[in-house]
Design a protein around this ligand. Structure first.
Ligand SMILES: Nc1ncnc2c1ncn2[C@@H]1O[C@H](COP(=O)(O)OP(=O)(O)OP(=O)(O)O)[C@@H](O)[C@H]1O
Length: 312
């Protein structure tokens, strides 16, 4: 027997006037996986998540959540689903705990001890009795996850959960998503950070101008990634360019930044750099410019053309 998909979105399209915000996309999320919808600003990620939550209707296509569609099940489609679009909102003059208590009442109550459990899970137990007005942005995001977890969802949907967070906030949010995934929760998140998706997701859809530019596993994505690039500074760039002959690297003068750029498989870059040193050329800097996956992301989502106009 096949397992029911957590999300089964087929051929979903949403237009705003002449703009195809989401253009015929198909996304399937299996129970238990962490699924990333990745794309640059304006790619259509939030529009897709809004349709999932029933906040807007697709023009065409179907969205099933645990087998239910909005047309057949109405708001019952969201049974077992929680999350937030953009940033969660709380009463700043109430404590984190009071906000959760209020939300639990509005949602029909919650099991005894559940509020303490979710506060513990999101690492806010020791700050629960402080007013939300004094919380950092990262703490509010985590309180948003806590609020979502109150209803013990099977599917958690997060829209760019690390957006606007400082490095410590990003680390905490990623650790939280990983903990939740390890507990068996299905997570669907949007992001515009390749490293975030690489670190925490099993499968990814990369969106570009409303359409699917890539769909597959992180391993498949890695296999497509180009060679890593490096910025190179030496004591003698002319000689360094000459020495590249016979090495499996491409070395070019960087007209914008100065110095050289070196592209090639990591081991070939290492051998080339060792040969520079052996030839008496001083190495002043060797800095990775983009990770292979970042380079692939920019290749797949490069957006210098106008958006697709809707027909008619
Ligand atoms: N209500 C709306 N009316 C008109 N255009 C809209 C509306 N909502 C979104 N759009 C447009 O649809 C496109 C996709 O927007 P969307 O917010 O889904 O992108 P996104 O991938 O979530 O981007 P971001 O990372 O900036 O949130 C954008 O060009 C946006 O301007």
């Amino acid at each position: 027997m096949t397992r029911e998909l957590a999300v089964d979105a087929q051929g979903v399209t949403k237009t705003y006037g002449s703009l195809r915000a989401v253009d015929d996309i198909t996304i399937q999320v299996a129970p238990g996986e962490v699924y990333g919808v990745l794309g640059p600003n304006g790619a259509g990620k939030t529009t897709f998540l809004r349709m999932l939550f029933g906040l807007i209707r697709p023009d065409s296509g179907t969205i099933r959540i645990f087998g239910n569609t909005w047309r057949e099940a109405g708001v019952g489609t969201l049974a077992g689903v929680a999350g937030f679009i953009e940033s969660p909102r709380f009463y700043p003059y109430l404590t984190g705990r009071q906000n959760l208590e209020g939300l639990a009442v509005l949602d029909g109550g919650t099991a005894p001890g559940r509020i303490d459990d979710v506060l513990e899970l999101v690492d806010l137990a020791d700050r629960a009795d402080r007013k939300v007005g004094g919380y950092s942005y990262g703490m509010r995001q985590r309180l948003g996850v806590a609020a979502s977890l109150l209803r013990e969802p099977r599917l958690l949907v997060l829209d760019e959960p690390a957006n606007g967070l400082d490095p410590a906030g990003i680390r905490d949010m990623r650790a939280l998503v990983k903990r939740l995934a390890a507990s068996g929760l299905t997570v669907l998140l949007s992001s515009h950070h390749m490293d975030e998706v690489e670190e925490i997701c099993d499968n990814v859809t990369i969106m570009r101008r409303g359409s699917v530019a890539f769909h597959g596993t992180i391993a498949e994505l890695r296999a497509m990634a180009p060679d890593p690039g490096h910025a190179l500074r030496t004591s003698n760039d002319t000689a360094a360019v000459r020495l590249a002959e016979g090495h499996a690297v491409r070395v070019a003068v960087d007209d914008e930044e100065g110095g050289l750029t070196v592209t090639g498989p990591q081991h070939a870059v290492s051998t080339y750099v060792a040969s520079l040193v052996a030839a008496g050329i001083d190495l002043r800097a060797l800095t990775p410019t983009q990770t292979p996956l970042e380079a692939l992301f920019f290749m797949l989502t490069d957006d210098d053309e106008p958006r697709q106009e809707a027909a008619g």
